[in-house]
Design a binder for this molecule. Structure first.
Ligand SMILES: [Zn+2]
Length: 219
């Protein structure tokens, strides 16, 4: 009889484990999300009312194991950077030609651009929900010698961000972080001059990419 009781006890333990977090769920109807919160608390932001922007790498194709490690370091630094108060202030108060504005801003104010970033609703290749997540699909490639000066690229018809080995193999985590968000901002519909014009650094992908990279270097 004693043996039977012990076995029943073990079975209930196993059942609970198989559901994962069973004891937490039963302890009070909390609405805490099951995904981990950003390492740093997000700045108070009544404009968006969220806990910040998560950075998630959904795909990482053709990378070596050391490449994957670099990608992960970049992801962590980027997530800390975009959720920092410094990032918010620099994005909100970016100026071009004496005005708080970006070039090729799609008709949006700096605040609207910041909120759009934090909402994480990609528009290309197709519209996604505002999940407060930077969803990244990455792929390592080696260009021809003539393409060696390209850091990375993407196009509106794909989710994938292509990262050039000529850049990536010598990159720091903050450099990769800057490239990730630059390419991702194209997924939000922001564009820039193809050629290196005087105004191109004030486009959203370049300007916000540099801001994020600079802050990511501190983590
Ligand atoms: Zn670009």
């Amino acid at each position: 009889m004693k043996t039977v009781i012990i076995m029943l006890g073990m079975m209930s333990l196993i059942t609970e484990n198989s559901y994962g977090f069973g004891s937490r769920r039963s302890s009070g109807g909390s609405t805490t999300p099951s995904t981990p919160a950003p390492t740093q608390p997000a700045p108070p932001n009544s404009d968006i009312g969220t806990g910040g922007l998560k950075v998630v790498i959904r795909e990482s194709n053709r990378f070596s194991s050391s490449g994957l490690a670099l990608l992960e370091k970049a992801r962590v630094a980027l997530e800390k950077a975009v959720n920092s108060e410094e990032f918010k202030q620099k994005v909100l108060h970016f100026t071009y030609d004496g005005q708080e504005t970006y070039v090729q801003n799609n008709g949006l104010t700096n605040l609207q651009i910041y909120n759009k970033i934090m909402a994480g609703a990609e528009e290309f290749p197709s519209q996604t929900a505002a999940n407060n997540t930077m969803d990244l699909y990455t792929e390592y490639y080696t260009s021809s010698w003539f393409g060696r000066n390209v850091v990375g690229y993407t196009s509106p018809d794909t989710s994938t961000i292509f990262m050039n080995s000529y850049f990536f193999n010598y990159a720091t985590p903050d450099g990769v972080a800057g490239n990730m968000i630059h390419e991702w901002l194209h997924k939000l519909g922001f564009d820039h001059d193809y050629n290196s014009t005087a105004r191109r650094p004030a486009s959203v992908p370049y300007a916000v990419g540099y801001i994020a990279e600079e802050i990511a270097a501190k983590y």
